[in-house]
Design a protein around this ligand. Sequence first.
Ligand code: MG
Length: 385
Amino acid sequence: MIRVALLGASGSIGAAALDLARAYRDRIRLVSLAARKSHAPILRAAEEFGVRRIALVDPAAAARARATWKGGAVLEGDQALVELAEDEDADVVVNAVVGSIGLAPTVAALERGKRVALANKESVVLAGELLTEIARRSGGLMLPVDSEHSGVFQCLGSFSVRDVRRVTLTASGGPFLRRDPKTIQDSTPEEVLEHPTWSMGERITVDCATLMNKGFELIEARWLFGLEPDRLNVLIHPQSIVHALVEFIDGSVVAQLSVPDMRLPLLYAISYPERWCSALPRLDLVDFATLTFEPPDPVRCPGLSLARRALVAGSTAPAVLNAADEEAVRLFLNRRIRFGDLIPIVEEVLNAHRPAGALTLDSIRDADRWARARLKEAAAHVIRG
Ligand code: MG
């Protein structure tokens, strides 16, 4: 029995995790559930799986949960995520929390030598260097839930990273792949949220349209696999069937393919090093007459080049990029700025940033705060109404 703490149980990854817990009742036991404030789905899941500890970050939501649910303990606040992550009853922490609030539970679980099935991108984008150090010391393990990184992880198998020439992450290209870049500047949130192949949260879907998400994934790959920036590459692959390719120094290329379904990488992060028989949709290549690949067009993918700059700069630059982007995406979703203004104001913040040198949790927090304030200044001259 693998005992799982599920942080971020109410989002799309959370739903996938509950699905797996349902399919593998004899192998996965949920010991705790956490969400930011959606208490209703958490309570339903707690009832269904007999979970006795839940956490809600929002105190008002926690109070509502306590009023209706007598089945166990309801923790509250940011610290509750850390408590569940450290819990001795959990072997694997599935971290599917959205945002930088996910970093502290990742740190806590790794320090206890646990396995973290990591869907919280911010953990690695903000603090990848620190997390790899902690994992090395404690024997903890970070396993990717992101499809591309799971793909890389599976391609690498037992091979040595020393023998890797280049790793390629694929990108669907988002909803604007074939549109004239001039015509997308005034796109509405509705148009941007129409993702062709994956169904995900709102921020990540906007980040897919600018390819900022793929840029964050380059930063993640840097730390998850210990690969320098010049060995990391992106290809546009609209069908989202090939998730990653690893080219070795002898010229051989290993690729990982599957239908786009988040449950698969999540399953492997839980079952690893085993593989469990699953009823997930199977890939039949005959259904796909063609699989196509093309280099990203820098004009259409401004977020990607910006993220590469933050990757090379290192230190607190990725934290600044993440915070500025999160604020800019929120302004866009609230219709305060045009889609076309999103990346330029993030770029303005990154340009103004002086990396802090040695990376610590404090320097990350300071950089995050600074970037959010600086983004508001940058947005002031493009904001509407
Ligand atoms: Mg991805």
